[in-house]
Structure formats: C-alpha cells, structure tokens
Design a protein around this ligand. Structure first.
Ligand code: ZN
Length: 164
C-alpha cells in the first residue's frame, strides 16, 4: 500500500495545471474509488483533471417516477465537465457510496449500464441499495473486473507492468 501511495503522490497532482473542485463529502468516496483503480491498474489521472467539478447538487430532479440521484454533465463540445450527485443521496451513507461509485464508474471506467434493474452498482435503476451495500466487496470487484476500461487494458499489457 505504501508503494502505491508513493506512486500516486509522485505522479498525480504535481503535474497538473488544471484544478478540479471536489466536494469534501465526496472526496473520501472518490479516494476509495481511486484505490480500487490503483489495484486494478486503471489510470485515472488524466481523466480526473479534465473535470471541473465533482459536486453535490440540489438541482437534479426529485419527483415520483423521475428521480435522478447522479449525473454526468458535458460541455458544448460534448466533453465531460462535471460529476453531480443529488443531495438526497446523502440521506444515507450507503446510498451515497453506491450512487457515487455508479457515476464514477460511468466516467472513469467507461461504463454504460449493465442492466435495466438488477442488484449491481451499474444497474440503471437499483432495486435495493442496501443489498448492494451488504455485498460491497464483491460488488466492487465485479464492477472493476468487468469494466470496459479494465478489459480493454487487459488486452494491452499485464497489470504488473503498471507498478514497475
Ligand atoms: Zn447511470
């Protein structure tokens, strides 16, 4: 773990010229998402600094039949600009974690939805956030090992090469 952190520290923030505004309530969740990225050899630095904001917002729809818990917004050129999480997800830390990982995976792992509604982090609609949270370790492992970013990288180079 120490080696990974050193790697992380020496190559990430120093090089960047852009700054990303990250809500403090999302930062710990983003950090643990990045730890998983390191574990699976997925580089996220470049994508991170293309973002403007990773933020909690109160402007996403919150109606019966139309609730959006998280969203990725793009600029006029179609580039991803912001990752937004609906404030209502903060009512429960487990929901917040699932919703945040879902949105992070859309962006950093190149995910589309894995199904319409099933008990997976990348389901379009989740049946139960608590079932996912109960099974978190396995859920995260599946999220990463079946992600487009991970699979496309596996065909390029062995994961160990990243760390040497
Ligand atoms: Zn989604």
């Amino acid at each position: 773990m120490i080696i990974l952190l050193a790697f992380f520290g020496s190559t990430s923030y120093l090089q960047s010229q852009n700054t990303v505004d990250i809500d403090g309530r999302l930062q710990p969740i983003l950090n643990s998402f990045f730890e998983e990225c390191e574990k699976y050899g997925i580089d996220y630095h470049e994508k991170l600094f293309q973002l403007k904001n990773v933020d909690i917002t109160n402007t996403l729809p919150l109606e019966e039949e139309n609730t959006v818990l998280g969203m990725i917004t793009r600029d006029a050129q179609g580039d991803v600009e912001n990752i937004m999480i609906n404030w209502v997800a903060m009512l429960d830390p487990e929901i917040l974690k699932v919703v945040a990982f879902h949105e992070f995976a859309h962006y950093f792992l190149d995910y589309k939805h894995s199904c319409h509604d099933c008990n997976e982090i990348m389901a379009e609609t989740n049946i139960s956030y608590f079932d996912i949270a109960k099974d978190w370790g396995k859920q995260v492992e599946q999220l990463f090992t079946t992600s487009p970013a991970y699979l496309s990288q596996q065909t390029k180079e062995p994961i160990a090469a990243i760390f040497f």
